[in-house]
Design a protein around this ligand. Structure first.
Ligand code: 6PG
Length: 223
C-alpha cells in the first residue's frame, strides 16, 4: 500500500506557508503544461492563511480556474460561505472563479455544479480534515462518502451549517495532486489513522495516497 508524503511543519503558520508554496508551484506548472490550471479549494479555519499567502506567489492568475471541493449551502455573502472566505483571502487577479450556485438551493446547486465541473480534471485539490476524519463535506458514516458521480448534496452535516455540496471522492481522487492540511492536537488521533491506511470509517483516509501530501504541524502529528 502506498504511503502519502508527509510534510512535517513546526506550527500552523509553516503549514500555511508550505501549502501556499506547493499550490503556487503546482498551479504554475499545470498552466505551463496544459495552458490552464484547475484547483479545488476548501473551507474551514486552517486554509484561510494559506490563501492569504498564496495570492502574491503568482504575479497573475489568468487561465487559473478556482473550484470548490465543497461549499456550504448559504448565500455567498454569508460569513459561513467558503466562496466568501476564499475571495476575501485569496488575491487572484484574472482567475476564473467557479462558485457553487448555492442560490439554487442545495440539491439543485449540486446538480448544476456537477454539470459545470463535468470533464474537468483537477490539477490540485486542497483539503482540510475535521477531528472526526471528514474531508470536504464527506462525513464518517454518511452514505455519500461512497457516492458515485461528481457532486452530491449533503443534508444534516454534523459540522454546521447543515446543508452542503461536496465533490465525491471519485472526483477528488482524480486530481493530479491532493494536499491535506491538518493542524492541532485535537486532530492527532484521526490523522494517525489516516496515515495508517485507508479506513471506510475515516473519509480523509480514502484520499488517493499515491498522490497525497499531508502537510501537518507537530501538534497534529503527535509531537
Ligand atoms: C468546510 C471544509 C471542511 C474543513 C474541515 C477542516 O467547509 O468546513 O471544507 O472539510 O476543511 O472541516 O476545518 P478546520 O480547518 O476549520 O478545522
Amino acid at each position: 500500500m502506498s504511503r502519502p508524503t508527509i510534510s512535517r511543519c513546526a506550527d500552523p503558520e509553516e503549514v500555511a506557508q508550505r501549502a501556499a508554496e506547493v499550490l503556487a508551484m503546482t498551479i504554475d506548472a499545470a498552466r505551463t503544461v496544459h495552458g490552464e490550471s484547475h484547483v479545488a479549494l476548501s473551507g474551514g479555519s486552517t486554509v484561510g492563511r494559506a490563501y492569504e499567502l498564496l495570492g502574491p506567489l503568482l504575479p497573475e492568475w489568468s487561465d487559473v480556474h478556482l473550484w470548490y471541493g465543497d461549499e456550504r449551502c448559504v448565500p455567498h455573502d454569508d460569513p459561513e460561505s467558503t466562496h466568501l472566505l476564499a475571495t476575501t483571502e485569496l488575491d487572484a487577479p484574472g482567475a476564473v472563479w467557479h462558485p457553487v450556485p448555492t442560490e439554487l438551493g442545495c440539491d439543485a446547486a449540486a446538480a448544476a455544479y456537477a454539470k459545470e465541473i463535468e470533464g474537468v480534471r483537477l490539477d490540485v485539490a486542497l483539503q482540510g480534515m475535521g477531528p472526526d476524519g471528514h474531508t470536504a463535506s464527506l462525513f464518517p458514516g454518511f452514505e455519500h462518502v461512497r457516492a458515485s458521480g461528481t457532486c452530491v448534496a449533503v443534508h444534516h452535516s454534523p459540522k454546521p451549517p447543515p446543508d452542503r455540496v461536496t465533490l465525491t471522492l471519485d472526483v477528488l481522487n482524480t486530481a493530479r495532486r491532493i494536499l491535506l492540511v491538518v493542524t492541532g492536537a485535537d486532530k492527532a488521533p484521526m490523522l494517525a489513522r489516516v496515515i495508517d491506511g485507508p479506513d471506510p470509517a475515516v473519509p480523509a483516509s480514502l484520499l488517493a495516497r499515491d498522490h497525497l501530501e499531508i502537510i501537518a504541524d507537530e501538534a497534529a502529528l503527535g509531537g
